[in-house]
Design a protein around this ligand. Structure first.
Ligand SMILES: [Zn+2]
Length: 85
């Protein structure tokens, strides 16, 4: 140990790359990401039985909602079926 050398909390030199690999793996094995409830401002224009809120960032319908048209909460709507998958 050289004098004045810093003590690393990571024992392996390649811990960094391994960490990224680990995080990537996590993302691949967890396709559905729960997020805070949100709904589209355009939901109000849909038939009542089609009005839903989302709570999953990987939901196709939910992802189609532009950030500017998203509102937090449930808006009194049903839970989106796709968000459950
Ligand atoms: Zn959804």
């Amino acid at each position: 140990m050289p004098a004045g050398g810093t003590i690393s909390v990571f024992p392996e030199n390649d811990y960094g790359p391994n960490l990224w690999e680990f995080l990537n793996l996590l993302q691949e094995t967890k396709p559905m990401a729960k997020v805070a409830d949100y709904y589209s401002v355009n939901e109000a224009n849909k038939p009542a039985d089609k009005q839903v809120y989302h709570d999953n960032d990987q939901c196709r319908a939910g992802r189609d909602i532009p950030q500017s048209e998203r509102r937090p909460g449930r808006g009194g709507y049903r839970h989106c079926n796709d968000c459950d998958k």
